[in-house]
Design a protein around this ligand. Structure first.
Ligand SMILES: NC(=O)c1ccc[n+]([C@@H]2O[C@H](COP(=O)([O-])OP(=O)(O)OC[C@H]3O[C@@H](n4cnc5c(N)ncnc54)[C@H](OP(=O)(O)O)[C@@H]3O)[C@@H](O)[C@H]2O)c1
Length: 308
């Protein structure tokens, strides 16, 4: 089978399209014919700099949507022919989803939402589960509460906006100027062009901040919170000094893809709460180009590798 493999940590030149053996199926795993594989920032970050436990050669890719072809004898809840989506086992020493077949841990997969196509399903897992985890497990916003989403036009932010809006929260978002209309269509009440204005001058008294940018943006975000508020960052460990000074709670969010969260995400999609916008698709042979496109062009929607 064909796979996009990282053969050296050296940017684009480090990726090769290789012919490798189809994985065997252990008792606790299942084989999935990958049809679509979403691209996330971590894919190009690993390609360019390694890390996250990658050992060479490594088949890249996390997000997938496809069809189960074989299940191990201990696997319950899935059968050949099921349409599934989820996260490949790259981070647990397994292989990635930029391949024609992938060995999947059933604990990181679920049946795909019924109301969207496979390309959209392939774009959803990591970004969607991050947003579900943050909004439903950390923030738990109620009607009228206020959230600031830093980096709202990105993969995670665009879904977080929709969930926050559905809970009746007031949603402020930072994004680039040409993304203002896009985030408002998704449900943002207020959009701040981060290249034109400093958000802390206009956004105050938030119950929650979801930081998807990090660095200086993370540190300045504390000024937008009210005492008792909460900041969750996908990039920064809690800053104790700022947390105490502003009397807020801070959490670093590390992704944890579970069947339950994927199931909840599918429900939100099928209820019409969440939709995902796919900006562009690439063929598996162009996996490198897909990662570079995400890294350098910063598209508004998701990038997906059309494997099938
Ligand atoms: N901890 C974890 O487990 C975990 C899991 C998933 C993702 N992450 C990380 O979380 C981050 C967000 O993920 P994602 O998939 O949503 O990434 P993404 O699609 O690249 O979105 C990031 C967004 O932030 C915007 N941005 C950049 N600088 C900004 C600034 N100063 N102010 C406001 N917005 C700004 C970008 O706009 P432009 O495109 O215009 O630059 C982009 O729309 C990434 O760094 C990713 O690696 C961490």
């Amino acid at each position: 089978m064909k796979a996009a493999q990282l053969v050296q940590f050296n940017g684009e030149k480090g990726v090769s399209i290789s012919e490798i053996d189809k994985p065997g199926v252990p008792d606790d795993g299942m084989l999935v014919e990958v049809h679509e594989a979403g691209v996330n920032p971590f894919d190009w970050k690993i390609r360019d700099a390694g890390g996250m436990g990658a050992t060479l050669p490594a088949t890249l890719g996390g997000d997938f949507a496809g069809v189960v072809t074989e299940v191990g004898r201990n696997v319950a809840g899935f059968k050949p022919g099921d349409q599934v989506y989820g996260m490949a086992g790259f981070f647990n020493g397994g292989t990635g989803s930029f391949a024609e077949y992938d060995l999947i841990d059933p604990r990181t997969a679920a049946l795909t939402p019924k109301s969207i196509n496979e390309t959209e399903a392939g774009a959803l897992p990591l970004a969607g589960v991050m947003a579900v985890q943050a909004l439903e497990e950390y923030f738990r916003l109620s009607e009228g509460q206020k959230i600031l989403i830093q980096g709202g036009a990105g993969g995670i932010g665009s879904i977080a906006i929709q969930i926050a809006n559905s809970r009746g929260a007031y949603v402020a978002v930072t994004c680039a100027g040409d993304e203002v209309d896009y985030v408002k269509e998704l449900g943002a009440d207020e959009a701040i062009d981060f290249r034109e204005r400093r958000f802390e001058e206009v956004v105050h008294d938030c119950d929650a901040v979801y930081d998807l940018v990090g660095g200086d943006v993370y540190r300045r975000s504390f000024q937008a919170l009210k005492p008792g508020g909460i900041i969750v960052s996908s990039l920064e460990e809690p800053d104790d000094e700022l947390t105490q000074k502003h009397q807020v709670k801070a959490i670093y969010q590390h992704f944890e893809i579970t069947a339950e969260r994927l199931g909840r995400l599918a429900q939100l999609v099928d209820e019409g709460v969440v939709r995902v916008h796919v900006e562009r698709t690439f063929l598996l042979d162009s996996a490198d180009e897909a990662m570079t496109f995400l890294e350098t062009i910063h598209p508004k929607g998701k990038v997906v590798i059309d494997v099938k």
